[in-house]
Design a binder for this molecule. Sequence first.
Ligand SMILES: Cc1ncc(COP(=O)(O)O)c(C=O)c1O
Length: 392
Amino acid sequence: MELAQRVQQLPPYLFARISQLIAEKRAAGVDVISLGIGDPDLPTPAHILDALKEASDDPANHRYPESDGLPEFRRSIARWYENRHGVILDPDREVVPLIGSKEGIAHFPLCLINPGDVSLITDPGYPVYEVATMFAGGETVKLPLAEEDGWLPRLDDISADVAARAKILWLNYPNNPTGAIADLAFFERAVAWAKAHDVAIAHDLAYAEVSYEGYEPPSILQVEGARDVAIEFNSLSKAFNMTGWRVGMAVGNAELINALTRVKTNMDSGIPQAIQQMAMAALDGPLDAVEEHNAIYTRRRDRAIEVLRELGLRVEPPKASLYIWARLPEGERSSADFAGRLIDQTGVVVTPGMSYGAAGEGYIRISLTTPDDRLDEALSRLAKFARGEQVL
Ligand SMILES: Cc1ncc(COP(=O)(O)O)c(C=O)c1O
Protein backbone atom coordinates (compact mmCIF):
# COMPACT_ATOMS: atom_id res chain seq x y z
CA MET A 1 0.00 0.00 0.00
CA GLU A 2 1.47 3.34 -0.99
CA LEU A 3 0.23 6.35 0.91
CA ALA A 4 -0.70 9.49 -0.99
CA GLN A 5 2.03 12.05 -1.51
CA ARG A 6 0.17 14.57 0.63
CA VAL A 7 0.59 12.24 3.59
CA GLN A 8 4.13 11.27 2.69
CA GLN A 9 4.99 14.96 2.42
CA LEU A 10 3.78 15.79 5.93
CA PRO A 11 6.69 17.42 7.73
CA PRO A 12 8.51 15.30 10.33
CA TYR A 13 7.27 15.69 13.84
CA LEU A 14 9.62 18.38 15.08
CA PHE A 15 9.03 17.70 18.73
CA ALA A 16 10.17 14.11 18.23
CA ARG A 17 13.45 14.56 20.08
CA ILE A 18 11.83 16.48 22.90
CA SER A 19 9.02 13.89 23.14
CA GLN A 20 11.58 11.14 23.40
CA LEU A 21 13.40 12.99 26.19
CA ILE A 22 10.10 13.54 28.03
CA ALA A 23 9.27 9.83 27.74
CA GLU A 24 12.73 8.86 29.03
CA LYS A 25 12.51 11.26 31.96
CA ARG A 26 9.01 10.08 32.91
CA ALA A 27 10.13 6.46 32.69
CA ALA A 28 12.97 7.34 35.07
CA GLY A 29 10.43 8.73 37.55
CA VAL A 30 11.06 12.46 36.90
CA ASP A 31 8.11 14.77 37.55
CA VAL A 32 8.09 16.47 34.12
CA ILE A 33 6.35 19.88 33.92
CA SER A 34 5.28 21.05 30.47
CA LEU A 35 5.24 24.73 29.58
CA GLY A 36 4.90 23.62 25.98
CA ILE A 37 1.23 23.53 25.07
CA GLY A 38 -1.13 26.50 24.59
CA ASP A 39 -4.19 24.86 26.08
CA PRO A 40 -5.81 26.82 28.93
CA ASP A 41 -5.69 24.92 32.23
CA LEU A 42 -8.62 26.89 33.70
CA PRO A 43 -12.15 25.48 33.33
CA THR A 44 -14.87 26.78 31.01
CA PRO A 45 -16.89 29.38 33.03
CA ALA A 46 -19.92 27.93 34.86
CA HIS A 47 -22.64 29.92 33.06
CA ILE A 48 -21.36 28.57 29.72
CA LEU A 49 -21.35 24.98 30.99
CA ASP A 50 -24.88 25.47 32.37
CA ALA A 51 -26.08 26.47 28.89
CA LEU A 52 -24.57 23.27 27.45
CA LYS A 53 -26.18 21.12 30.14
CA GLU A 54 -29.57 22.61 29.44
CA ALA A 55 -29.18 22.43 25.66
CA SER A 56 -28.11 18.79 25.79
CA ASP A 57 -31.55 17.83 27.23
CA ASP A 58 -33.39 19.20 24.19
CA PRO A 59 -34.08 16.39 21.67
CA ALA A 60 -33.94 18.95 18.83
CA ASN A 61 -30.23 19.14 19.58
CA HIS A 62 -29.71 15.40 19.22
CA ARG A 63 -30.05 15.48 15.46
CA TYR A 64 -27.71 16.53 12.63
CA PRO A 65 -26.82 20.21 12.80
CA GLU A 66 -26.55 22.34 9.64
CA SER A 67 -23.03 22.94 8.26
CA ASP A 68 -23.60 26.69 8.28
CA GLY A 69 -24.70 26.69 11.92
CA LEU A 70 -27.81 27.87 13.72
CA PRO A 71 -29.01 31.23 12.36
CA GLU A 72 -29.20 32.53 15.96
CA PHE A 73 -25.56 31.53 16.54
CA ARG A 74 -24.52 33.41 13.39
CA ARG A 75 -26.42 36.43 14.74
CA SER A 76 -24.68 36.05 18.09
CA ILE A 77 -21.29 36.08 16.30
CA ALA A 78 -22.32 39.21 14.38
CA ARG A 79 -23.35 40.89 17.67
CA TRP A 80 -20.00 39.95 19.19
CA TYR A 81 -18.13 41.56 16.31
CA GLU A 82 -20.21 44.72 16.57
CA ASN A 83 -19.78 45.03 20.35
CA ARG A 84 -16.15 43.99 20.46
CA HIS A 85 -14.76 45.50 17.24
CA GLY A 86 -17.41 47.91 15.96
CA VAL A 87 -17.64 45.74 12.82
CA ILE A 88 -21.14 45.22 11.39
CA LEU A 89 -21.53 41.80 9.73
CA ASP A 90 -24.40 40.29 7.77
CA PRO A 91 -24.96 37.08 9.79
CA ASP A 92 -26.30 35.20 6.75
CA ARG A 93 -23.58 36.16 4.26
CA GLU A 94 -20.50 37.16 6.21
CA VAL A 95 -20.39 34.61 9.06
CA VAL A 96 -19.85 30.85 9.22
CA PRO A 97 -19.40 28.89 12.47
CA LEU A 98 -16.48 26.44 12.57
CA ILE A 99 -15.62 23.26 14.47
CA GLY A 100 -12.81 25.23 16.10
CA SER A 101 -10.90 27.76 14.01
CA LYS A 102 -8.36 25.07 13.02
CA GLU A 103 -11.06 23.30 11.02
CA GLY A 104 -11.80 26.42 8.97
CA ILE A 105 -8.12 27.26 8.55
CA ALA A 106 -7.39 23.72 7.33
CA HIS A 107 -10.26 23.77 4.82
CA PHE A 108 -9.84 27.34 3.58
CA PRO A 109 -7.07 26.72 0.98
CA LEU A 110 -9.48 24.35 -0.80
CA CYS A 111 -11.51 27.47 -1.66
CA LEU A 112 -8.74 29.32 -3.48
CA ILE A 113 -5.69 27.20 -4.20
CA ASN A 114 -5.22 25.38 -7.49
CA PRO A 115 -2.12 23.23 -8.08
CA GLY A 116 0.90 25.52 -8.25
CA ASP A 117 -0.79 28.47 -6.54
CA VAL A 118 0.98 30.05 -3.61
CA SER A 119 0.05 30.74 0.01
CA LEU A 120 2.21 33.32 1.70
CA ILE A 121 2.91 32.27 5.27
CA THR A 122 5.06 33.77 7.98
CA ASP A 123 8.13 32.06 9.40
CA PRO A 124 7.81 31.40 12.32
CA GLY A 125 4.12 30.58 12.21
CA TYR A 126 1.30 28.23 13.15
CA PRO A 127 2.02 25.05 11.11
CA VAL A 128 -1.54 24.44 9.83
CA TYR A 129 -1.38 27.18 7.15
CA GLU A 130 1.44 25.37 5.37
CA VAL A 131 0.05 21.85 5.60
CA ALA A 132 -3.46 22.94 4.54
CA THR A 133 -1.99 24.65 1.47
CA MET A 134 -0.03 21.51 0.59
CA PHE A 135 -3.19 19.38 0.97
CA ALA A 136 -4.88 21.67 -1.57
CA GLY A 137 -2.01 21.12 -4.02
CA GLY A 138 -0.45 24.53 -3.49
CA GLU A 139 2.96 25.78 -2.50
CA THR A 140 3.95 28.02 0.37
CA VAL A 141 6.36 30.90 0.23
CA LYS A 142 7.66 31.93 3.62
CA LEU A 143 7.87 35.52 4.76
CA PRO A 144 10.64 35.57 7.37
CA LEU A 145 9.78 37.55 10.49
CA ALA A 146 12.37 39.36 12.59
CA GLU A 147 12.43 40.86 16.04
CA GLU A 148 13.55 44.25 14.69
CA ASP A 149 10.37 44.43 12.58
CA GLY A 150 8.17 43.61 15.58
CA TRP A 151 7.63 40.17 13.97
CA LEU A 152 5.57 41.71 11.16
CA PRO A 153 6.25 40.60 7.57
CA ARG A 154 7.90 43.01 5.11
CA LEU A 155 5.22 43.03 2.44
CA ASP A 156 7.30 45.28 0.18
CA ASP A 157 9.95 42.55 -0.02
CA ILE A 158 7.56 40.11 -1.75
CA SER A 159 8.74 39.81 -5.34
CA ALA A 160 6.39 40.59 -8.25
CA ASP A 161 6.65 36.94 -9.41
CA VAL A 162 5.61 35.56 -6.07
CA ALA A 163 2.84 38.13 -5.68
CA ALA A 164 1.48 37.15 -9.10
CA ARG A 165 1.23 33.47 -8.05
CA ALA A 166 -0.07 34.17 -4.56
CA LYS A 167 -3.72 33.54 -3.72
CA ILE A 168 -3.66 33.81 0.08
CA LEU A 169 -1.67 35.91 2.56
CA TRP A 170 -1.89 34.34 6.02
CA LEU A 171 -1.57 36.65 9.00
CA ASN A 172 -1.95 35.93 12.71
CA TYR A 173 -1.88 38.76 15.28
CA PRO A 174 -1.72 38.39 18.25
CA ASN A 175 0.83 35.93 16.99
CA ASN A 176 1.63 32.36 17.84
CA PRO A 177 4.49 31.76 18.63
CA THR A 178 6.03 35.24 19.01
CA GLY A 179 3.27 36.95 21.02
CA ALA A 180 3.64 39.93 18.63
CA ILE A 181 0.73 42.24 17.91
CA ALA A 182 -0.27 44.23 14.83
CA ASP A 183 -1.93 47.63 14.84
CA LEU A 184 -4.53 48.90 12.40
CA ALA A 185 -1.87 50.76 10.41
CA PHE A 186 -0.21 47.40 9.60
CA PHE A 187 -3.55 45.85 8.66
CA GLU A 188 -4.23 48.87 6.39
CA ARG A 189 -0.94 48.26 4.60
CA ALA A 190 -1.73 44.54 4.29
CA VAL A 191 -5.20 45.24 2.85
CA ALA A 192 -3.77 47.74 0.35
CA TRP A 193 -1.08 45.22 -0.68
CA ALA A 194 -3.66 42.42 -1.05
CA LYS A 195 -5.94 44.61 -3.19
CA ALA A 196 -3.05 45.70 -5.38
CA HIS A 197 -2.08 42.06 -6.04
CA ASP A 198 -5.51 40.43 -6.01
CA VAL A 199 -4.63 38.21 -3.04
CA ALA A 200 -7.00 37.16 -0.25
CA ILE A 201 -5.97 37.78 3.35
CA ALA A 202 -6.71 35.04 5.86
CA HIS A 203 -6.29 36.62 9.27
CA ASP A 204 -6.14 34.30 12.29
CA LEU A 205 -7.45 36.13 15.38
CA ALA A 206 -7.50 33.10 17.69
CA TYR A 207 -5.82 35.05 20.51
CA ALA A 208 -8.03 38.15 20.35
CA GLU A 209 -9.20 37.95 23.95
CA VAL A 210 -5.97 37.03 25.71
CA SER A 211 -4.31 40.36 26.35
CA TYR A 212 -2.59 42.35 29.06
CA GLU A 213 -2.86 45.78 30.64
CA GLY A 214 -6.11 46.58 28.86
CA TYR A 215 -4.71 46.17 25.33
CA GLU A 216 -7.49 45.21 22.89
CA PRO A 217 -6.27 43.32 19.79
CA PRO A 218 -8.07 44.64 16.70
CA SER A 219 -9.89 42.74 13.97
CA ILE A 220 -8.54 43.24 10.45
CA LEU A 221 -12.15 43.96 9.46
CA GLN A 222 -11.92 47.26 11.32
CA VAL A 223 -9.91 48.50 8.33
CA GLU A 224 -12.10 50.19 5.76
CA GLY A 225 -12.53 48.00 2.69
CA ALA A 226 -10.91 44.98 4.40
CA ARG A 227 -13.92 42.81 3.69
CA ASP A 228 -13.25 43.19 -0.03
CA VAL A 229 -10.29 40.84 0.43
CA ALA A 230 -10.19 39.45 3.97
CA ILE A 231 -11.60 36.52 5.87
CA GLU A 232 -10.91 36.32 9.59
CA PHE A 233 -10.73 33.15 11.66
CA ASN A 234 -11.72 33.48 15.29
CA SER A 235 -12.24 31.10 18.15
CA LEU A 236 -13.87 30.63 21.52
CA SER A 237 -11.06 28.25 22.52
CA LYS A 238 -8.66 30.60 24.24
CA ALA A 239 -11.17 33.38 25.00
CA PHE A 240 -13.44 31.21 27.15
CA ASN A 241 -11.26 28.17 27.96
CA MET A 242 -13.20 26.13 25.44
CA THR A 243 -10.50 24.29 23.49
CA GLY A 244 -12.22 20.98 24.25
CA TRP A 245 -15.62 22.02 22.88
CA ARG A 246 -14.39 22.84 19.36
CA VAL A 247 -16.16 25.99 18.31
CA GLY A 248 -14.99 28.99 16.34
CA MET A 249 -15.99 31.12 13.38
CA ALA A 250 -14.93 32.67 10.09
CA VAL A 251 -16.20 36.13 9.20
CA GLY A 252 -15.62 38.67 6.46
CA ASN A 253 -15.71 38.59 2.65
CA ALA A 254 -19.06 37.12 1.62
CA GLU A 255 -17.71 35.26 -1.43
CA LEU A 256 -15.00 33.57 0.64
CA ILE A 257 -17.47 32.73 3.43
CA ASN A 258 -19.81 31.25 0.85
CA ALA A 259 -17.00 29.16 -0.69
CA LEU A 260 -15.86 27.90 2.72
CA THR A 261 -19.43 27.04 3.67
CA ARG A 262 -19.82 25.05 0.44
CA VAL A 263 -16.59 23.16 1.10
CA LYS A 264 -17.70 22.45 4.66
CA THR A 265 -21.14 21.28 3.57
CA ASN A 266 -19.38 18.53 1.64
CA MET A 267 -16.99 17.63 4.43
CA ASP A 268 -18.68 17.96 7.81
CA SER A 269 -22.10 18.27 9.33
CA GLY A 270 -21.48 21.28 11.49
CA ILE A 271 -21.04 21.87 15.20
CA PRO A 272 -23.28 19.94 17.61
CA GLN A 273 -26.17 22.30 18.28
CA ALA A 274 -25.88 22.11 22.07
CA ILE A 275 -22.33 23.40 21.67
CA GLN A 276 -23.52 26.23 19.43
CA GLN A 277 -25.99 27.21 22.16
CA MET A 278 -23.20 27.00 24.71
CA ALA A 279 -21.11 29.27 22.49
CA MET A 280 -23.99 31.77 22.33
CA ALA A 281 -24.03 31.86 26.14
CA ALA A 282 -20.31 32.69 25.98
CA LEU A 283 -20.54 35.42 23.34
CA ASP A 284 -23.72 37.04 24.67
CA GLY A 285 -23.01 36.54 28.38
CA PRO A 286 -20.93 38.35 31.00
CA LEU A 287 -17.24 38.75 30.22
CA ASP A 288 -15.93 38.94 33.81
CA ALA A 289 -14.27 35.53 33.41
CA VAL A 290 -12.23 36.76 30.42
CA GLU A 291 -10.85 39.57 32.58
CA GLU A 292 -10.18 37.20 35.46
CA HIS A 293 -8.28 34.79 33.18
CA ASN A 294 -6.22 37.63 31.78
CA ALA A 295 -5.33 38.77 35.32
CA ILE A 296 -4.11 35.21 36.05
CA TYR A 297 -2.07 35.09 32.82
CA THR A 298 -0.60 38.51 33.62
CA ARG A 299 0.65 37.31 37.02
CA ARG A 300 2.09 34.17 35.45
CA ARG A 301 3.70 36.17 32.65
CA ASP A 302 5.41 38.54 35.05
CA ARG A 303 6.71 35.77 37.33
CA ALA A 304 7.98 33.77 34.35
CA ILE A 305 9.74 36.74 32.79
CA GLU A 306 11.68 37.44 35.98
CA VAL A 307 13.08 33.90 36.03
CA LEU A 308 13.71 33.74 32.28
CA ARG A 309 15.83 36.88 32.60
CA GLU A 310 17.80 35.23 35.42
CA LEU A 311 18.47 32.43 32.95
CA GLY A 312 20.02 34.98 30.60
CA LEU A 313 17.17 34.90 28.09
CA ARG A 314 16.22 38.21 26.47
CA VAL A 315 12.50 38.70 26.71
CA GLU A 316 9.93 41.46 26.30
CA PRO A 317 6.58 41.05 28.05
CA PRO A 318 3.96 40.21 25.40
CA LYS A 319 0.90 42.50 25.17
CA ALA A 320 -1.30 39.60 24.08
CA SER A 321 -1.40 35.82 23.44
CA LEU A 322 -0.66 32.94 25.79
CA TYR A 323 3.04 32.90 24.98
CA ILE A 324 6.37 34.29 26.04
CA TRP A 325 8.88 34.26 23.21
CA ALA A 326 12.37 34.44 24.62
CA ARG A 327 15.72 34.84 22.91
CA LEU A 328 18.40 32.37 23.91
CA PRO A 329 21.39 33.63 25.89
CA GLU A 330 24.42 34.82 23.91
CA GLY A 331 26.41 31.89 22.60
CA GLU A 332 23.47 29.47 22.59
CA ARG A 333 22.77 28.52 18.99
CA SER A 334 20.20 25.77 18.98
CA SER A 335 16.76 26.13 20.52
CA ALA A 336 16.32 22.33 20.42
CA ASP A 337 19.60 21.80 22.31
CA PHE A 338 18.67 24.42 24.89
CA ALA A 339 15.16 22.96 25.35
CA GLY A 340 16.69 19.47 25.53
CA ARG A 341 19.10 20.59 28.30
CA LEU A 342 16.26 22.15 30.26
CA ILE A 343 14.27 18.91 30.16
CA ASP A 344 17.28 16.83 30.96
CA GLN A 345 18.48 18.90 33.90
CA THR A 346 15.23 20.38 35.27
CA GLY A 347 12.35 18.28 33.90
CA VAL A 348 10.79 21.48 32.53
CA VAL A 349 9.52 21.40 28.93
CA VAL A 350 9.64 24.49 26.69
CA THR A 351 9.09 24.60 22.93
CA PRO A 352 12.12 25.19 20.67
CA GLY A 353 11.47 28.17 18.38
CA MET A 354 12.66 26.27 15.32
CA SER A 355 9.56 24.05 15.58
CA TYR A 356 7.65 27.00 14.10
CA GLY A 357 10.06 27.63 11.22
CA ALA A 358 13.73 28.32 10.59
CA ALA A 359 13.34 31.99 11.53
CA GLY A 360 12.25 30.88 15.00
CA GLU A 361 15.70 29.41 15.66
CA GLY A 362 17.43 31.15 18.56
CA TYR A 363 14.19 31.46 20.56
CA ILE A 364 12.06 29.32 22.83
CA ARG A 365 8.32 29.57 23.47
CA ILE A 366 6.79 29.28 26.91
CA SER A 367 3.08 28.85 27.37
CA LEU A 368 1.26 30.43 30.32
CA THR A 369 -1.38 27.70 30.55
CA THR A 370 0.18 25.67 33.36
CA PRO A 371 -1.58 25.78 36.77
CA ASP A 372 -0.02 28.27 39.21
CA ASP A 373 1.48 25.69 41.58
CA ARG A 374 3.08 23.74 38.71
CA LEU A 375 4.33 26.93 37.07
CA ASP A 376 5.85 28.02 40.40
CA GLU A 377 7.58 24.65 40.73
CA ALA A 378 8.86 24.90 37.13
CA LEU A 379 10.13 28.43 37.68
CA SER A 380 11.88 27.55 40.93
CA ARG A 381 13.64 24.68 39.13
CA LEU A 382 14.68 27.06 36.34
CA ALA A 383 15.92 29.62 38.87
CA LYS A 384 18.08 26.92 40.52
CA PHE A 385 19.39 25.88 37.10
CA ALA A 386 20.26 29.55 36.45
CA ARG A 387 22.29 29.63 39.67
CA GLY A 388 24.16 26.53 38.56
CA GLU A 389 22.60 24.36 41.29
CA GLN A 390 21.65 20.74 40.76
CA VAL A 391 17.89 20.51 40.23
CA LEU A 392 16.93 16.87 39.77
C1 LIG B 1 -2.52 30.59 15.86
C2 LIG B 1 -3.59 29.60 16.11
N1 LIG B 1 -4.65 29.57 15.31
C3 LIG B 1 -5.63 28.69 15.48
C4 LIG B 1 -5.58 27.76 16.49
C5 LIG B 1 -6.68 26.75 16.59
O1 LIG B 1 -7.55 26.99 17.64
P1 LIG B 1 -8.98 26.31 17.70
O2 LIG B 1 -9.10 25.31 16.62
O3 LIG B 1 -9.05 25.69 19.05
O4 LIG B 1 -9.97 27.43 17.52
C6 LIG B 1 -4.50 27.74 17.36
C7 LIG B 1 -4.42 26.74 18.44
O5 LIG B 1 -3.53 26.65 19.22
C8 LIG B 1 -3.47 28.68 17.17
O6 LIG B 1 -2.39 28.72 17.95
